[in-house]
Write a protein that binds this ligand. Structure first.
Ligand SMILES: Nc1ncnc2c1ncn2[C@@H]1O[C@H](COP(=O)(O)OP(=O)(O)O)[C@@H](O)[C@H]1O
Ligand SMILES: O=C(O)C1=C[C@@H](OP(=O)(O)O)[C@@H](O)[C@H](O)C1
Ligand SMILES: [Mg+2]
Length: 180
């Protein structure tokens, strides 16, 4: 079990925060909450529509408010959006309110997994590879700053990755004396 209040997944788009998170939550017997899905439900609009109507700044304000609301709760597996770590207040909150896993992915993997995706507004342009490399340069240090554990699934699918991550978490908590 997760010894911290919440288990929080951070990492770049396409790393598998939502899909690995769902399998992991099943294994841990905890609810999976996806911050983007909650924002969409609350707004009655998709992330892409929010970017179009309110700009990225509008979306980030909603993301900040949603993370603050969700992290008043305990016992969640929380899949965040890849850009939530840009905000220093969010980073502090993630660290305070959960055990944070940085789910890693290579740009090549992201490109493959998100090839048919039209839901991520930051990738709605032809030079996706360049965008992903620039985002990685800017954000990887921020993921590292908040992470309690870093995990790279490599070629494992989302379900196998969740199983391996659950085992790594158990090992980590045993080593650090935090197992519950
Ligand atoms: N380990 C994995 N192996 C293969 N495909 C994956 C893996 N993790 C995620 N995917 C696929 O990549 C896409 C994006 O995954 P998603 O969970 O939405 O990532 P994120 O929430 O980190 O942006 C989905 O189609 C998902 O099925
Ligand atoms: O990296 C980002 O800035 C974003 C990542 C997306 O979530 P995923 O990381 O789940 O794809 C979503 O929050 C939005 O499109 C912005
Ligand atoms: Mg996601």
């Amino acid at each position: 079990m997760n010894p911290a209040s919440n288990l929080i997944l951070v990492g770049p788009m396409g790393a598998g925060k939502t899909s690995v998170g769902r399998h992991l939550a099943g294994l841990l017997g905890l609810p999976l909450v996806d911050a983007d899905h909650e924002i969409e439900r609350d707004a009655g609009a998709t992330v892409a529509q929010l970017f179009e109507r309110e700009g990225e700044a509008g979306f980030r304000a909603r993301e900040r408010a949603m993370l603050a609301a969700l992290l008043r709760r305990d016992g969640l597996v929380l899949a965040t959006g890849g850009g939530c770590v840009l905000d220093a207040g969010n980073r502090a909150l993630l660290r305070q309110r959960g055990f944070v896993v940085h789910l890693q992915a290579e740009v090549d993997q992201q490109l493959r997994r998100l090839a048919g995706d039209r839901s991520r507004p930051l990738l709605a342009r032809p030079d996706r590879e360049r965008v992903l490399r620039e985002l990685a340069d800017a954000r990887t240090p921020l993921y590292a700053e908040v992470a309690d554990l870093t995990y790279a699934p490599g070629d494992l699918d989302a379900q196998a990755a969740a199983l391996q991550l659950a085992a790594r978490l158990a090992q980590h908590w045993q080593r650090t004396g935090a197992a519950a």
